[in-house]
Design a protein around this ligand. Structure first.
Ligand code: Q46
Ligand code: ZN
Length: 355
């Protein structure tokens, strides 16, 4: 197998492109695909400040590396979730993130749920009677948005890749979640109280990102979050992988075909769900409920579940985050407006800049 660009021995075959690349040409390929996504979807301009939601995994660290090398002003935001699992999932993911930031001498902002907000994901989810990924997704959306607004960033970038987006799309189609289909875009424009959200990795697959990190010498957390095991999102990925295996390119055609030919049909459903937003009385963030879902989650988590069941509005965001967005990775960073409607802030210590 030879590299398509230089004919040297290849290190990876990418069947959907009918191509193989050596290590340097894989780096070139990944940079090219990200630059193309940023340009084609008008994600951001040189000079704008980009805040990357970093988890310590291959996608977010790879994205950070790629954007820095493309010359963008990209800073990291790490959110400590307080998830244990074998080996201490959150501790490990924090360590990989800090190591990367040091190596690239890149600014990193950290927020720690247990230290700064008084709850961790397993405890908060139990107290609020939410699925862990729902509580996690809600917390991430709120805190990424808040950090970006407070820090004066132009845009929040997440590491969702083509496999992620195809799997979320697959799930939303299977359940005809029209509201989420209307918002499943690589760019969500800024709105009152919401910063712009972008997904620059939509042209790259999971294997390419893993290989990119290997050839770049980027250490990342390989283990899945222990909360993800057995969830629907992983099942959709497996199903799509089986199809892709028989018919390379299907995921790309599925996702980009949706964007080109179907997405606009679902836009009205998404717009309707945005109506009736008003500031949360506790934190001022836009919400459709009496109190936003994040404030409700925090107060329930702090009360150790004593308030569970109270506050009808709190569950509005669950529906948004639930469905096919509440799944691992997807739920966390869908950034869709229905879920964002519940994004809020409480008066607690702000993020820390560590470098
Ligand atoms: S971190 Fe959070 Fe994912 Fe873990 S609890 Fe679920 S959503 S699976 S990206
Ligand atoms: Zn609030």
């Amino acid at each position: 197998m030879r590299c398509r660009r230089c004919r040297k021995p290849a290190v990876i075959e990418i069947r959907r492109h009918n191509a193989a690349f050596c290590a340097p040409c894989l780096e070139h390929h990944c940079r090219e695909q990200v630059a193309r996504a940023v340009h084609d979807f008008a994600m951001f301009e040189p000079g704008q400040r980009v805040l990357i939601a970093v988890s310590g995994g291959k996608d977010s660290l790879g994205l950070w590396d790629l954007l820095l090398d493309l010359g963008y002003a990209a800073e990291g935001l790490y959110l400590g979730l307080g998830i244990e699992g074998a080996g201490g999932y959150s501790d490990q993911s924090a360590a990989f993130t800090h190591a990367f930031a040091s190596r690239r001498d890149a600014p990193l902002i950290t927020v720690d749920l247990p230290a700064d907000y008084g709850y961790d994901i397993p405890g908060g989810a139990a107290a609020a009677r939410r699925a862990p990924c729902s509580a996690c997704g809600l917390s991430k959306r709120h805190l990424f948005n808040r950090a970006a607004l407070d820090g004066g960033f132009d845009v929040v970038a997440t590491g969702h890749n083509l496999d992620d987006e195809a799997a979320v799309l697959f799930g939303n189609v299977l359940r005809w979640n029209t509201e989420y289909l209307g918002r499943q875009l690589p760019v969500l424009p800024a709105a009152d109280g919401f910063v712009r959200k972008v997904k620059p990795l939509v042209r790259l697959g999971e294997r390419e990102m893993a290989a990119y990190c290997v050839v770049r010498g980027i250490d990342y957390i390989v283990e899945e979050c222990p909360m993800a095991i057995g969830n629907r999102h992983l099942g959709y990925k497996e199903a799509l992988n089986a199809i892709e295996d028989r018919s390379p390119g299907t995921k790309q055609v599925f996702y980009f075909g949706f964007l080109e030919r179907a997405s606009a049909h679902f836009r009205p459903a998404a717009t309707t769900a945005q109506e009736g937003l008003h500031p949360c009385p506790s934190c001022g963030s836009p919400t459709t409920a009496a109190q936003c879902a994040f404030c409700s989650l925090v107060s329930r988590a702090r009360a150790g579940g004593a308030e569970a069941g109270a506050g009808a509005g709190a569950e509005v965001g669950v529906a948004g985050a639930g469905a096919e967005m509440g799944v691992a990775g997807a739920g966390a960073e869908m950034g869709v407006a229905g879920a964002e409607a519940e994004v809020t802030e409480v008066a607690v210590p702000g993020p820390r800049r560590v470098r």
